[in-house]
Design a protein around this ligand. Sequence first.
Ligand code: PGA
Length: 247
Amino acid sequence: MRPLIAGNWKMNKLSADAALLAGGLADRRGRQGDPGCEILLCPPSVLLTGVAAALVDSAIALGAQDCHPAESGAHTGDISAALLADAGCAYVIVGHSERRTDHGETDALVKAKAEAALRHGLVAIVCVGETLDQRDGGRALEVVSRQIEGSLPDGASAGNIVIAYEPVWAIGTGRTPTPDQIAEVHAHIRGALGGLDDGAGVRILYGGSMKPDNAREILAIAHVNGGLIGGASLAVDDFWSICEAVA
Ligand code: PGA
Protein backbone atom coordinates (compact mmCIF):
# COMPACT_ATOMS: atom_id res chain seq x y z
CA MET A 1 0.00 0.00 0.00
CA ARG A 2 1.24 3.49 -0.82
CA PRO A 3 2.07 5.49 2.34
CA LEU A 4 0.50 8.90 2.90
CA ILE A 5 2.38 11.84 4.39
CA ALA A 6 -0.11 14.54 5.33
CA GLY A 7 0.68 18.04 6.57
CA ASN A 8 -1.83 19.47 9.03
CA TRP A 9 -1.09 23.19 9.06
CA LYS A 10 -3.68 23.83 11.77
CA MET A 11 -4.27 27.59 12.27
CA ASN A 12 -0.92 28.65 10.82
CA LYS A 13 0.34 30.63 7.82
CA LEU A 14 -1.10 33.65 6.02
CA SER A 15 -1.72 33.58 2.28
CA ALA A 16 1.72 34.76 1.14
CA ASP A 17 3.58 32.23 3.32
CA ALA A 18 1.13 29.49 2.39
CA ALA A 19 1.82 30.04 -1.31
CA LEU A 20 5.56 29.88 -0.63
CA LEU A 21 5.27 26.67 1.36
CA ALA A 22 2.94 24.89 -1.07
CA GLY A 23 4.85 26.23 -4.08
CA GLY A 24 8.16 25.18 -2.51
CA LEU A 25 6.90 21.65 -1.98
CA ALA A 26 5.43 21.47 -5.49
CA ASP A 27 8.79 22.57 -6.84
CA ARG A 28 10.64 19.98 -4.72
CA ARG A 29 8.28 17.22 -5.85
CA GLY A 30 8.79 18.29 -9.48
CA ARG A 31 12.58 18.38 -9.29
CA GLN A 32 13.20 15.36 -7.04
CA GLY A 33 10.42 13.09 -8.27
CA ASP A 34 8.29 10.67 -6.33
CA PRO A 35 9.65 10.09 -2.81
CA GLY A 36 7.58 6.90 -2.58
CA CYS A 37 4.50 8.29 -0.86
CA GLU A 38 1.37 10.23 -1.54
CA ILE A 39 1.73 13.81 -0.26
CA LEU A 40 -1.16 15.84 1.14
CA LEU A 41 -1.41 19.41 2.44
CA CYS A 42 -4.25 20.48 4.75
CA PRO A 43 -4.17 24.27 5.12
CA PRO A 44 -6.74 26.43 6.94
CA SER A 45 -9.95 26.60 4.91
CA VAL A 46 -9.61 30.19 3.71
CA LEU A 47 -6.25 29.28 2.19
CA LEU A 48 -7.53 26.25 0.25
CA THR A 49 -8.08 28.09 -3.01
CA GLY A 50 -4.68 29.74 -2.97
CA VAL A 51 -2.91 26.52 -2.05
CA ALA A 52 -4.86 24.66 -4.75
CA ALA A 53 -3.50 27.15 -7.28
CA ALA A 54 0.05 26.59 -6.04
CA LEU A 55 -0.38 22.80 -6.35
CA VAL A 56 -1.74 22.65 -9.91
CA ASP A 57 0.03 19.83 -11.83
CA SER A 58 2.18 19.05 -8.78
CA ALA A 59 1.08 15.50 -7.79
CA ILE A 60 0.46 16.88 -4.28
CA ALA A 61 -3.09 16.52 -2.96
CA LEU A 62 -5.17 19.08 -1.11
CA GLY A 63 -7.24 18.46 2.02
CA ALA A 64 -9.13 20.34 4.72
CA GLN A 65 -9.03 20.12 8.50
CA ASP A 66 -12.74 19.73 9.26
CA CYS A 67 -16.21 19.74 7.69
CA HIS A 68 -19.81 20.10 8.83
CA PRO A 69 -22.04 17.02 8.63
CA ALA A 70 -24.91 18.82 6.84
CA GLU A 71 -25.14 19.36 3.09
CA SER A 72 -25.77 23.12 3.31
CA GLY A 73 -27.93 25.58 5.18
CA ALA A 74 -28.02 27.73 8.29
CA HIS A 75 -24.69 26.86 9.92
CA THR A 76 -22.87 30.16 10.36
CA GLY A 77 -19.12 29.84 10.12
CA ASP A 78 -19.13 26.18 9.10
CA ILE A 79 -17.93 24.56 5.89
CA SER A 80 -19.62 21.65 4.12
CA ALA A 81 -17.94 18.71 2.45
CA ALA A 82 -19.47 19.92 -0.82
CA LEU A 83 -17.65 23.25 -0.47
CA LEU A 84 -14.39 21.43 0.21
CA ALA A 85 -14.79 19.20 -2.84
CA ASP A 86 -15.64 22.29 -4.88
CA ALA A 87 -12.43 23.96 -3.63
CA GLY A 88 -10.37 21.05 -4.95
CA CYS A 89 -9.98 18.93 -1.82
CA ALA A 90 -9.51 15.19 -2.06
CA TYR A 91 -9.28 14.62 1.72
CA VAL A 92 -10.66 16.02 4.95
CA ILE A 93 -9.42 15.43 8.49
CA VAL A 94 -12.25 14.69 10.95
CA GLY A 95 -12.17 14.22 14.71
CA HIS A 96 -8.75 15.70 15.34
CA SER A 97 -8.19 15.76 19.11
CA GLU A 98 -7.98 19.56 19.04
CA ARG A 99 -11.51 19.65 17.62
CA ARG A 100 -12.71 16.97 20.02
CA THR A 101 -11.33 19.17 22.86
CA ASP A 102 -11.91 22.74 21.60
CA HIS A 103 -15.36 22.05 20.16
CA GLY A 104 -16.58 19.13 22.24
CA GLU A 105 -16.82 16.84 19.21
CA THR A 106 -18.19 13.40 20.02
CA ASP A 107 -17.60 10.13 18.18
CA ALA A 108 -21.15 10.38 16.78
CA LEU A 109 -20.47 13.84 15.34
CA VAL A 110 -17.15 12.72 13.90
CA LYS A 111 -18.92 9.80 12.24
CA ALA A 112 -21.54 12.15 10.74
CA LYS A 113 -18.77 14.40 9.40
CA ALA A 114 -16.96 11.42 7.89
CA GLU A 115 -20.19 10.30 6.23
CA ALA A 116 -20.65 13.78 4.73
CA ALA A 117 -17.10 13.55 3.40
CA LEU A 118 -17.80 10.20 1.75
CA ARG A 119 -20.99 11.50 0.12
CA HIS A 120 -18.88 14.09 -1.67
CA GLY A 121 -16.10 11.75 -2.73
CA LEU A 122 -13.61 12.97 -0.14
CA VAL A 123 -11.38 10.56 1.76
CA ALA A 124 -11.99 11.04 5.51
CA ILE A 125 -8.91 10.98 7.75
CA VAL A 126 -10.45 9.87 11.04
CA CYS A 127 -8.32 10.76 14.07
CA VAL A 128 -8.17 8.73 17.27
CA GLY A 129 -5.86 8.70 20.27
CA GLU A 130 -5.72 8.54 24.03
CA THR A 131 -4.89 11.23 26.60
CA LEU A 132 -1.98 10.86 29.01
CA ASP A 133 -4.35 9.96 31.86
CA GLN A 134 -5.92 7.26 29.75
CA ARG A 135 -2.53 5.85 28.80
CA ASP A 136 -1.26 5.96 32.37
CA GLY A 137 -4.46 4.20 33.42
CA GLY A 138 -3.73 1.36 30.98
CA ARG A 139 -6.71 2.27 28.81
CA ALA A 140 -5.08 3.37 25.54
CA LEU A 141 -6.27 0.38 23.49
CA GLU A 142 -9.76 0.49 24.93
CA VAL A 143 -10.11 4.23 24.17
CA VAL A 144 -8.89 3.82 20.62
CA SER A 145 -11.25 0.87 20.05
CA ARG A 146 -14.20 2.88 21.29
CA GLN A 147 -13.29 5.85 19.08
CA ILE A 148 -12.91 3.63 16.02
CA GLU A 149 -16.20 1.91 16.66
CA GLY A 150 -18.03 5.21 17.19
CA SER A 151 -16.36 7.42 14.58
CA LEU A 152 -16.04 5.32 11.45
CA PRO A 153 -18.59 6.11 8.74
CA ASP A 154 -20.96 3.47 7.44
CA GLY A 155 -19.50 2.11 4.22
CA ALA A 156 -15.91 2.73 5.33
CA SER A 157 -13.32 0.96 3.20
CA ALA A 158 -9.70 1.25 2.14
CA GLY A 159 -10.67 3.61 -0.66
CA ASN A 160 -12.53 6.17 1.40
CA ILE A 161 -10.98 6.35 4.86
CA VAL A 162 -7.60 6.72 6.50
CA ILE A 163 -7.09 6.35 10.26
CA ALA A 164 -4.69 8.67 12.11
CA TYR A 165 -3.50 7.45 15.49
CA GLU A 166 -2.45 10.52 17.43
CA PRO A 167 -1.80 10.12 21.15
CA VAL A 168 -3.01 13.45 22.55
CA TRP A 169 0.03 13.71 24.84
CA ALA A 170 2.40 13.50 21.86
CA ILE A 171 0.82 16.30 19.81
CA GLY A 172 2.96 19.43 19.72
CA THR A 173 4.86 18.34 22.83
CA GLY A 174 8.05 16.87 21.38
CA ARG A 175 7.24 13.61 23.21
CA THR A 176 6.63 10.49 21.17
CA PRO A 177 5.58 7.02 22.26
CA THR A 178 8.20 4.27 22.10
CA PRO A 179 8.28 2.22 18.89
CA ASP A 180 6.76 -0.67 20.87
CA GLN A 181 3.87 1.49 22.02
CA ILE A 182 3.21 2.69 18.48
CA ALA A 183 3.44 -0.86 17.15
CA GLU A 184 0.99 -2.12 19.76
CA VAL A 185 -1.68 0.48 18.98
CA HIS A 186 -1.29 0.23 15.20
CA ALA A 187 -1.59 -3.57 15.30
CA HIS A 188 -4.64 -3.19 17.51
CA ILE A 189 -6.23 -0.73 15.05
CA ARG A 190 -5.46 -3.07 12.14
CA GLY A 191 -7.31 -5.79 14.04
CA ALA A 192 -10.25 -3.47 14.71
CA LEU A 193 -10.55 -2.77 10.97
CA GLY A 194 -10.84 -6.48 10.22
CA GLY A 195 -14.59 -6.30 9.71
CA LEU A 196 -14.38 -3.63 7.01
CA ASP A 197 -14.41 -4.14 3.30
CA ASP A 198 -10.66 -4.40 2.58
CA GLY A 199 -9.78 -3.38 6.16
CA ALA A 200 -6.27 -4.71 5.58
CA GLY A 201 -5.79 -2.00 2.95
CA VAL A 202 -6.81 0.97 5.12
CA ARG A 203 -3.85 3.26 5.75
CA ILE A 204 -3.09 3.92 9.42
CA LEU A 205 -1.05 7.09 9.98
CA TYR A 206 0.91 7.95 13.09
CA GLY A 207 0.76 11.57 14.28
CA GLY A 208 2.27 13.44 17.21
CA SER A 209 5.69 15.15 17.18
CA MET A 210 6.85 13.34 14.05
CA LYS A 211 9.98 15.17 12.85
CA PRO A 212 12.75 14.62 10.30
CA ASP A 213 14.91 12.99 12.99
CA ASN A 214 12.39 10.37 14.16
CA ALA A 215 10.32 9.85 11.01
CA ARG A 216 12.38 7.02 9.52
CA GLU A 217 12.18 4.92 12.68
CA ILE A 218 8.45 5.52 13.15
CA LEU A 219 7.57 4.92 9.49
CA ALA A 220 9.37 1.56 9.58
CA ILE A 221 7.06 0.18 12.29
CA ALA A 222 4.57 -2.47 11.17
CA HIS A 223 1.13 -1.08 10.26
CA VAL A 224 2.41 2.51 10.20
CA ASN A 225 1.38 3.56 6.71
CA GLY A 226 2.33 7.21 6.85
CA GLY A 227 2.17 10.24 9.08
CA LEU A 228 -0.01 13.19 10.02
CA ILE A 229 2.44 15.99 10.62
CA GLY A 230 1.72 19.27 12.41
CA GLY A 231 4.66 21.48 13.37
CA ALA A 232 7.15 19.84 11.01
CA SER A 233 4.83 20.37 8.03
CA LEU A 234 5.30 24.15 8.19
CA ALA A 235 8.75 24.25 6.55
CA VAL A 236 9.61 22.85 3.11
CA ASP A 237 12.84 21.13 4.16
CA ASP A 238 11.38 19.45 7.25
CA PHE A 239 8.27 18.20 5.51
CA TRP A 240 10.12 16.99 2.45
CA SER A 241 12.62 15.08 4.65
CA ILE A 242 9.70 13.28 6.29
CA CYS A 243 8.31 12.41 2.85
CA GLU A 244 11.69 10.97 1.89
CA ALA A 245 11.85 8.98 5.12
CA VAL A 246 9.21 6.51 3.86
CA ALA A 247 11.77 4.97 1.51
P1 PGA B 1 2.47 17.77 15.70
O1 PGA B 1 0.89 17.69 15.38
O2 PGA B 1 3.19 17.08 14.59
O3 PGA B 1 2.77 19.24 15.78
O4 PGA B 1 2.65 17.08 17.03
C1 PGA B 1 0.33 16.56 14.78
C2 PGA B 1 -1.15 16.71 14.63
O5 PGA B 1 -1.80 17.19 15.57
O6 PGA B 1 -1.73 16.37 13.58
